[in-house]
Design a binder for this molecule. Structure first.
Ligand code: PLP
Ligand code: ZN
Length: 413
């Protein structure tokens, strides 16, 4: 019995459910949203109490997480990633303040660890021993890692285009990996059939409503790290839409319990070649499937599974949408690397690419305070980084040759 959780409600038809550990989607096909007893939480949770807490992981926010008191923290240290203030980059972009939240520093190197740790906690409450998911890569590698640490077996379905770094993680963490020759959509459908057939615990973000509750901890951290001073905007990349929905949920939770006194606006960044959710916001029409034409594999989602929650989050926040080209994504990767020392994967830096583009378009006020979340680590996909960032100076180990090369390239040490 989770005293602080009221239940789950369908975001489409409003039907309510008891918050059992293996909740899936509503009978009507809609996604469920976990509802809390905020009055109860307000009585039992204070900023002071939190400030004294030594647990520097996502589990420091247990009062706002849908787990039983008796459920142990998952073993890997997920969350409490650094939030860097980037003064030089803010100046270069022409905005008031910029913070970069580097969620690529999670244990399996993406924000997805927050959802996977939650999946592992709920699977243990459900008494399951096997967890499965389909993923463009990071949901899979984070599930495989977090499950391995907690002693669960995993079956993972990935599209065959998933980058090698992510597949290497899966195999290293001991998952049974099924690489599906087809789109993410094909991968998802096969995983669904297999999960139904064998009754595995389901870590598909579109179906399992607990996962965005794990992801919301990124918002709780950002606000605590900012000393509860609310920024004007938070930018993040969007694929299925579970992450941005989780981000918004965390912010609304904090508002509901009085930890913050206003809400920031969201910036939803998608790739030009695959932006069904942003297109829906921009046209005011229902979302329509799109091709998956971007090298940012983690957000190449033509059929977004969390569309309802994501669109609601962007609209409710008075959010901005921005679509960036692959070139703009890779430029942002370099920019973050050069000016911040942060190496993000293409989808990881898409939020920052979006911020840069909004600045260039004059769509952000010059005093705007902006947080940009880097959602995944660049080491996941070195092939694209190498393709875009140029070659090193390659010479035999001789000083005169080094001098020659420096001279030729105008490098003056
Ligand atoms: C999954 C992912 C996203 C997008 O999250 P969605 O819930 O699919 O919208 C963004 N960046 C990275 C690195 C991811 O792995
Ligand atoms: Zn419903």
């Amino acid at each position: 019995m989770m005293r602080h959780v009221k239940g789950a409600r369908c975001v489409r038809c409003g039907r309510t459910y008891e918050a059992v550990p293996n909740l899936t989607s509503c009978e009507c096909g809609g996604i469920l949203d976990i509802e809390y007893d905020y009055a109860y939480i307000r009585e039992n949770f204070t900023k002071e109490k939190l400030a004294e807490r030594r647990n520097y992981s996502m589990w420091r926010y247990r009062e706002l997480l849908p787990v039983e008191d008796s459920t142990p923290d998952t073993p890997l240290r997920v969350g409490w990633s650094p939030l860097y203030e980037e003064k030089r980059l803010a100046e270069e972009l022409g905005i008031g303040c910029l913070w970069v939240k580097d969620d690529g520093l999670n244990p399996t190197a993406s924000l997805k660890d927050r959802a996977s740790a939650m999946a592992v906690a709920k699977a243990s409450e459900a008494g399951a021993s096997v967890i499965a998911c389909s993923s463009t890569g990071n949901a899979a590698s984070s599930l495989a890692g977090n499950a391995a640490a907690a002693g669960f077996k995993t079956y993972i379905f990935v599209p065959s285009r998933a980058p090698k770094g992510k597949v290497a993680q899966l195999l290293t963490f001991g998952a049974t990996v099924i690489s599906v020759e087809g789109s993410y959509e094909d991968t998802f459908e096969l995983s669904k059939e297999a999960i139904d057939r064998w009754g595995w615990y389901n870590r598909n973000a579109a179906i399992n409503p607990y996962l965005s509750e794990g992801k919301k901890t990124v918002a709780l951290e950002i606000m605590e790290q900012l000393g509860w001073e609310v920024p004007d905007y938070i930018a993040i990349s969007v694929g299925d839409g579970c992450t941005i929905a989780g981000l918004w949920k965390g912010l609304k939770d904090l508002y509901a319990i009085g930890f913050i006194d206003r809400l920031p606006r969201l910036i939803s960044a998608q790739a030009e070649g695959c932006c069904p959710l942003n297109r829906a916001i921009e046209t005011g029409e229902d979302w329509r499937p799109m091709e998956e034409n971007t090298l940012a594999d983690s957000i190449a989602v033509g059929v977004p599974r969390n569309a309802d929650k994501a669109l609601m989050a962007i609209r409710e926040s008075g959010g901005l949408t921005v679509n960036v080209s692959d070139q703009e994504i890779m430029d942002a990767q370099k920019l973050l690397g050069r000016s911040c020392g942060v190496f993000g994967e293409p989808a990881g830096v898409t939020g920052t690419a979006g911020v840069k583009k909004l600045c260039e378009q004059g769509r952000l006020p010059s005093d705007a305070k902006v947080v940009s979340v880097v959602t995944g680590n660049g080491l996941k996909d070195v092939a694209n980084a190498i393709r875009f960032c140029g070659e090193p100076i390659t010479i035999p180990g001789k000083m005169d040759l080094l001098l020659q090369e420096f001279d030729k390239r105008g490098i003056t040490p």
